[in-house]
Design a protein around this ligand. Structure first.
Ligand code: SAM
Length: 281
């Protein structure tokens, strides 16, 4: 059994667990919505944990934040208005604002404490929070989208916790209907869609709920994410219209730094594993 110098997240349903060796616990608090912990680890920098689940580490968050942002932004023909639901650590916001064509990025996280802790323990993820194009609000994303003006956002990025607790409603048809109405003609929603190895039932339920919400065009992208269950993660895009080829030349000439994403990774991330093809044939 691991001793107290390890943080472990047991994923009971999959009979697996993930552990990081820690130096010390830096902070913990019960916010209005969730239990937040911050650790200093031996090899992964700082680690944020929400309700016992790993959220973000200094060392490997680039996989997730880059793949939640750049594939969808380079798939849309000309994204100007972007909405991020969740994303309280602000890493996705930072990636979105690397795109010079983006004129407005609104981040809606239900829990302000996540952002305030990220500002202290992950300042590098918050470096774009004062960009004049950025707007941070701390309310329920479900309510915000319900009240959003029709035809008002080009891209919605749902960077939420797992489909439990305050995030459960972000995986339901009623929410997707509101997203569909808020999106512009070529609008695309992208949502973190868990692990295809461990959570195919969630991916299949999500597709069904998205379809009930009015979406008929989907693309799932796959990428590594060490600190999440199985280490293999996904994000699912749903479009109002059929997806055209992504803007590969723009991705080649992106003009900003990334650690993982490039146009080859973008292409490769669209390749569907055989079991996945069969599940959605
Ligand atoms: N990368 C993480 C993952 O895939 O699990 C997500 C990171 S981010 C910290 C998740 C955020 O979703 C949290 O800050 C949480 O407060 C937020 N969240 C959960 N439910 C929400 C809701 N209904 N509206 C807005 N934000 C929500």
């Amino acid at each position: 059994m691991l001793d107290a110098t390890w943080f472990s997240e047991a994923q009971e349903p999959s009979g697996s667990a993930f552990s990081l060796k820690i130096k010390r616990k830096l902070h913990e608090e019960q916010s209005e919505f969730q239990f937040l912990e911050i650790y200093e680890t031996e090899q992964f920098g700082n680690l944020m944990v929400i309700d016992g689940c790993t959220m973000v580490s200094t060392r490997d968050n680039f996989f997730y934040h880059e793949m939640m942002s750049h594939p969808v932004l380079f798939t849309h023909p000309n994204p100007k208005n972007v909405l991020i639901i969740g994303g309280g650590d602000c890493g996705t916001l930072r990636e979105v604002l690397k795109h010079p064509g983006v004129e407005k990025a609104v981040q809606i996280d239900i829990d302000e404490r996540v952002t305030r802790l990220s500002e202290i323990y992950f300042p590098e993820l918050c470096e774009s929070n004062n960009d004049p194009r950025a707007e941070l609000k701390f309310i329920d994303g479900i309510k915000w989208v319900k009240d959003a003006a029709p035809n008002s956002v080009d891209i919605i990025i749902i960077d939420s916790t797992d489909p439990v607790g305050p995030a459960a409603g972000l995986f339901c048809a009623d929410f997707y209907k509101d997203c569909f109405r808020a999106l512009t003609e070529n609008g695309i929603v992208v949502q973190q869609s868990e692990s295809a190895l461990l959570h195919m039932h969630i991916l299949q339920e999500m597709r069904g709920e998205m379809r009930a919400g009015g979406f008929n065009h989907y693309q799932t992208v796959f990428f590594p994410q060490c600190i999440y269950p199985s280490g293999w993660w996904s994000a699912t895009m749903a479009g109002k219209n059929a997806f055209t080829a992504f803007r590969e030349q723009d991705a080649i000439n992106k003009g900003f730094d990334t650690v993982y994403y490039n146009h080859e990774i973008h292409k490769a991330s669209l390749a569907m594993p055989e079991f996945f093809k069969k599940a959605f044939a």
